[in-house]
Design a protein around this ligand. Structure first.
Ligand code: BMA
Length: 328
């Protein structure tokens, strides 16, 4: 392996070898969907969810839309990364905001361990969608702090360490609806409350699968070649939006500089559980688990706004592809 991954060894992460007849860089779990739509109490659907290593297993924050179709996030635990116990109720955040902060809804969580705690970012309903922020030390008590941005914004994704002494976040300014545009921006903060020095990272376009809008997916992975960012891209077909995902390499110290970017998607909705559900044709990644010693990567992605799926890859293969495509 020439790419060095800066991160922990995770020998117990979920892993399935690439099937012999498969030449794809990213391949799907044989057990998909690993989380079914009604696997938690009163759930209409469970999708676009985030997991992290925790104690001798894994913990996660799950998007569970209930049978009233209210969007909220719940906690879950797993020993093996496949079988999840998800709470009956949404996370009850202890507010650490200046005064009580209304949260009309919560969806599409990401979880990022930084220094001493697990930060959670999500799309928070506050007079329209914006980026909500909270944290937990132990997955028992959860604290909510101020929203990172003004409405409207989605896909707020933290970097796993401070960069140049500041917390760093990618986000995607949007509108109140099903936004028909969207580029990825970078922002930094001294205290996780006040965000500024906003920089443009990359725009929709480039190649057709990502022509309408793009948004950061899982927490970026630090490697010797740069930050590996997996991101979703949307194409507008005569049948509506199609969500696929690809990857980019961002400069380590100036992550708004894109060193390489997917021309081809890594995974697009093709299997039944990605094409059929509450919103057809959606593959939406929100988390990865990565073993720094082997370069194995497990990608958790929502399917058709209904279920949670797993796919696998080697970090090295993704970076090789990015480099190859940037020379074409
Ligand atoms: C986006 C978000 C995602 C969802 C996608 C497709 O705007 O709502 O949660 O997966 O649309 O419906």
């Amino acid at each position: 392996m020439d790419v060095k991954i800066i991160g922990q060894s995770l020998p117990n992460m979920p892993w399935e070898e690439r099937p012999k007849d498969c030449k794809d860089i990213v391949w799907r779990s044989k057990h998909n969907p690993i989380i079914k739509r009604n696997q938690a109490k009163d759930a209409n659907s469970i999708f676009n969810s985030a997991v992290v290593p925790f104690k001798d297993g894994f913990a996660g924050v799950f998007r569970v839309d209930d049978r009233a179709r209210r969007m909220n996030i719940r906690r879950g635990f797993s020993k093996d990364g496949y079988n999840w116990e998800i709470d009956d109720e949404p996370i009850d955040f202890i507010q650490q905001t200046r005064d009580p902060l209304v949260s009309e809804y919560k969806y599409d969580p990401r979880v990022t361990f930084i220094e001493d705690r697990y930060y959670i970012t999500w799309c928070n309903g506050y007079h329209g969608p914006t980026i909500g922020v909270g944290y937990t030390f132990d997955f028992e008590k959860f604290y909510q702090i101020e929203n990172a941005f003004l409405p409207y914004n989605r896909n707020g994704v933290l970097f796993p360490r401070k960069i140049n002494g500041k917390y760093a976040m990618l986000s995607r300014p949007s509108d109140t609806g099903h936004t028909a545009f969207g580029d990825i921006f970078y922002s930094e903060s001294p205290d996780m409350i006040h965000w500024g020095c906003h920089r443009h990272v990359m725009s929709a376009g480039y190649t057709p699968w990502q022509s309408l809008k793009i948004g950061a997916g899982p927490t970026p992975i630090e490697t010797s070649e740069g930050w590996l960012l997996i991101y979703h891209g949307v194409l507008l077909s005569c049948n509506g939006y199609v969500y696929s995902f690809g990857a980019a390499l961002l400069d380590l110290e100036k992550p708004w500089i894109v060193k390489a970017r997917s021309k081809s998607y890594l995974l697009s909705p093709q299997e039944y559980y990605e094409c059929v559900g509450d919103v057809p044709n959606v593959a939406f990644p929100c988390a990865t688990l990565c073993d720094a010693s082997t370069g194995r990567l497990a990608i958790y992605y929502g399917g058709a706004d209904t279920v949670v799926n797993l796919a696998f890859a080697y970090v090295q293969d993704i970076i090789d592809l990015l480099k190859r495509e940037s020379q074409e």
